[in-house]
Design a protein around this ligand. Structure first.
Ligand code: ZN
Length: 450
């Protein structure tokens, strides 16, 4: 059997609703021929229906709740910044890791969410979300392709930027990818090959309305120029599929997509709605905004006032409302009955189920999801920054755990029955040797991710 043994051909943004009319008119002969001798079906899309969780789920066989990739940006940063999601998020357990463990080599080309490249048995050209010239492993791969005239460019280098001539570039890009993949199939044979073509997603986003007379943005002039944009892109992708299948005669071929596309008739500004309902507050944009403070509003003049915001929709490209767990509190008195203030955020406090300082056995017993252990003492903890004063409620101190994080831990005699429930509060100086002696033993049992 010649290599490759398996080909996964991904078409971003394609579903049968979009492809069926083109198949019926005979515009996609290679997909048609493949379908005629294969099984095919509608797959259930991830929620949210988005490129990032879609491909991440395909690579890991996990729901987004498990792998944690919901969009192109991580929205869980302490400073609310938009850190780009990286391949590290996928964990060490992707399909390529499974194949590698069985001795299969893989060639991975342009698969979303795979940047930066990780060690795989085989080679990778990743899908960077930031401008970089280092998106292959081995690094010399891109130069190798350039020298053969394949001209592989990252998606980011050929994004739609408001110029409708883009469709020509997109089709050229599909042809360049085709040359690159054919070249790689010939020069670097691997057991499995996965390639994703992302141009259809882009073109459908920006040209759909030209082919849909029922769409409010349709114009006769636009239609005369761009009515065929999606169709032509699909035809280019079909030609690429045909060439790849022909170059892999013994392979099992899987054609798969991450989501479909469809017309959008309305825009909903989630943040404006949250502002109108009182969950989100804004303030004039600061003089020198850091990355996280770039305006999320069309007027560009405002930024979110985090001290007064309970819920927000991180942008760009977010599909979920996030709850602001930080702030606003100065001390536990700000957090109402049963609440405690930890580093400016209100959390469940002592005396509430799963609250800070309550006895626990494992992470799920605690509202924070973290059950700390020190010898026989097991308490629900909250994250804090060690070495900073006043970050924990008064009966607690911020101690370093064995993994380097900090947690609010009951002071001896302060509450929660530490040190035999000493009735007399032990002065901090007296407690210090005890705490230091136990530092290395504080172990955290966390809630499993997802
Ligand atoms: Zn997509």
């Amino acid at each position: 059997m010649t290599m490759p043994r398996a080909v996964i051909f991904g078409i971003d943004g394609a579903d049968w609703l979009l492809l069926d009319p083109l198949l019926s008119e005979g515009a996609l002969p290679h997909l048609m021929a493949l379908r005629a001798r294969s099984a095919f079906a509608n797959l259930t899309c991830t929620w949210p229906a988005h490129t990032a969780p879609g491909w991440a789920s395909l690579l890991t066989a996990r729901y987004p709740g498990r792998h944690g990739v919901y969009q192109f940006f991580s929205t869980q940063e302490a400073d609310y910044g938009a850190r780009i999601t990286t391949s590290a998020e996928l964990g060490p357990d992707t399909v390529f890791d499974w194949l590698g463990a069985r001795g299969w080599t893989s060639g991975i080309v342009n698969v979303p969410m795979t940047h930066p490249p990780r060690r795989v048995l085989g080679y990778q050209i990743t899908w960077p979300l930031a401008n970089t010239l280092r998106f292959s492993d081995p690094p010399e791969l891109l130069g190798e392709l350039a020298r053969t005239g394949a001209h592989f460019k990252s998606d980011l280098a050929c994004m739609y930027r408001g110029d409708l001539a883009y469709v020509e570039e997109a089709i050229r890009n599909v042809e360049d990818r085709k040359r690159s993949v054919l070249r790689l199939l010939a020069t670097r044979p691997t057991d499995a090959v996965m390639v994703v073509v992302t141009e259809l997603d882009r073109v459908a986003h920006h040209y759909w309305h030209f082919s849909d007379p029922g769409h409010p943005a349709w114009t006769a002039e636009g239609a005369s120029l761009y009515r065929d944009a999606i169709r032509r892109t699909c035809i280019a992708i079909d030609a690429m599929l045909g060439a790849v299948v022909a170059a892999a005669p013994d392979a099992v071929v899987v054609v798969v997509s991450d989501h479909g596309m469809g017309p959008g008739f309305e825009d909903l500004s989630v943040n404006r709605w949250l502002e109108e309902t009182g969950f989100l507050a804004t303030k004039p944009r600061g003089e020198a905004p850091d990355g996280s403070a770039a305006s999320w509003f069309r007027d560009g003049e405002r930024e979110i006032d985090w001290d007064r915001t309970r819920a927000y929709c991180p942008v760009p490209g977010s599909s979920a409302i996030n709850v602001n767990l930080r702030g606003p509190c100065v001390d536990s008195g700000d957090c109402g009955e049963g609440g405690a203030c930890v580093e400016g955020r209100c959390v469940a406090g002592p005396g509430t189920p799963g609250g800070l300082g309550e006895r626990c056995v494992e992470g799920p017993d605690c509202s924070s999801g973290v059950c700390g252990a020190d010898g026989d003492d097991h308490f629900c903890t909250e994250a804090c920054t060690p070495g900073v004063g006043g970050v924990c409620p008064s009966d607690f101190s911020c101690r370093a755990a064995e993994d380097g994080s900090g947690v609010c831990w009951p002071k001896a005699g302060g509450c929660c029955g530490v040190a035999g429930g000493a009735a007399t509060p032990i002065p901090w100086a007296a407690a210090t040797p005890l705490v230091l002696g136990l530092l290395g033993m504080l172990a955290l049992g966390r809630r499993r991710r997802g």
